[in-house]
Design a protein around this ligand. Sequence first.
Ligand code: FAD
Length: 581
Amino acid sequence: MIHTDVLVVGSGPAGSAAALMLSTYGIANMLVTKHRWLADTPRAHFTNQRTMEILRDLDVEDEARALATPQELLGDTVFCTSLAGEELGRIQTWGTHPLRRADHALAGPSSCCDLPQNLLEPILLGNAASRGSHVRFDTEYLALEQDADGVTATVQDRLSRTRYPIRAKYLIGADGGRSQVADDIGLPMTGRMGVAGSMNIVFDADLSRHVAHRPSLLYWVLQPGSDIGGIGMGLIRMVRPWHQWMIVWGFDIDQPPPVLDDAAATAIVRRLVGDADLPVKIRSTSLWSVNDMYATRNTVGRVFCMGDAVHRHPPSNGLGSNTSIQDAYNLSWKLAAVLKGFADPRLLDTYDAERSPIARQIVMRANQSIGEFGPIFEALGLLDTTDVERMQANMAARRNNTPDAATQRQKLRDAIAFKSYEFDAHGVEMNQRYRSAAIVGDGTAEPAWQRDQELYYHPTTWPGARLPHAWLTRGGRRVSTLDVAGKGRFAMLTGIGGEAWMDAVREVSEALGVPVEGFVIGPGQVLEDAYAEWARVREIDEAGCILVRPDAHVAYRAMGAENAVERLRDAMLRVLGRDAG
Ligand SMILES: Cc1cc2nc3c(=O)[nH]c(=O)nc-3n(C[C@H](O)[C@H](O)[C@H](O)COP(=O)(O)OP(=O)(O)OC[C@H]3O[C@@H](n4cnc5c(N)ncnc54)[C@H](O)[C@@H]3O)c2cc1C
């Protein structure tokens, strides 16, 4: 029998990230994955600011950034009739509008970027393996049984067809949108699979002359009459600027799947680009379905599911891979804390309490974003007729010098601007606030959203929120509060007058066996608030304390430094699920 502490099934963003985190935290783990290698197509790609912060904490941010397309080349989301044809409008997105640039820069030390999944996964899994994960390719998970002490999984080596058991204390099901693990533990699912049909065509073509002057991740092409429903919207997505691309194009899921040979794929590429002679090399084609489904619970006993196994949705908002990595970040430190013996297993229940609401939120957001193309179609006059020539005439009518055309132009501007909820939803990416037994409230009400909750990030140290970023200095060099937090251990931040919290950290961490590092921020201290940013965002007095979990969410905060030992001890016991034990 092979033994490990945590068995991870699947090497997508969720599973590879979980293995990397567990190894980084010193937890024995094994990852099994069905195929002989990692993702072989670009798939998910937009990597948001929060995920980049997580990669930063894991010390792989530079590696990711070296392969990624930077934020400044992602922004000009274009709507057009073809790349060579008429442009219908543009919107500055992904934080590239001057006003949003400031929002992003103020929000965190890392910036979003584009990193196709086939480049991201080797970084995650390669580092996992080099830090200690045992990785078994060509190994398919078949079944599991769990008891009071652990989980026994049966796997099959796909080359030799040999079946064998692996015994683990915990199992992570990160086996994607058709998760066998989620089925086997009977996770309750809500929603629908197979809502619409989609195809990906990955191809090489030098499109610089059509795009380099309006650099973007996404070019939306509207060609009435060329697809189901008569609207004919396709997406040309940059994979590598500006020579590798992916087209996403719909098909009628109620009909037999379309034949997508190289000739058919090349014809689609040329039609959307608007160049009948374009030299094209098709790299791959695949069919997939748009799903609208999430699990209302992600855990049963010692088995936890994450990623697409528990949230299945279209690529809108670019949330798939990001949320998967964030799931792993939430669970991994908890597993480490329990396996190292300083947290009660009840801490693991908070994975469901904290992440299942996020699964629901992102599935709903991503599906809603598809519907929000409707006002663009409406403004262009594509919805009130199925006649293709009429549609084209309606689109052209917006050029006229008439009151109706002016109204139409305004409607189109508004409809395109509204797509910020898909392409610029910084709040969706950054505002996750947890409520669970691993968060100790301070009796204050949740701060109200001062700007739109989905579009804008709202920093707060309210327990459950992500620790706000502020640039501090250490030895004169800039360091983010998020660099001070993380690293698999708790961090306690206080200021001048809060020295009692430092004594409390020493006492509590020794008494409870919990790794906590304390920091006084202020003049003459190791960390200084030279830019006065921390004073602006901390929301506690200088002598107060903020206790930050290893995943950079605030676990507890307090004003003043009276009874610091008792208060910190109390909070820590509650966070770790040991308060009643
Ligand atoms: C063809 C395709 C195209 C996509 N295109 C896009 C896109 O354009 N944009 C976008 O944002 N998202 C896209 N996605 C979705 C995106 O890839 C997912 O949201 C993301 O990968 C989720 O990560 P995950 O780790 O949860 O699951 P996955 O990446 O699906 O990984 C699942 C892993 O589990 C393994 N596995 C499955 N069953 C077993 C088993 N029984 N035993 C062992 N291993 C198993 C798989 O081999 C794989 O390694 C696409 C997905 C697919 C499949």
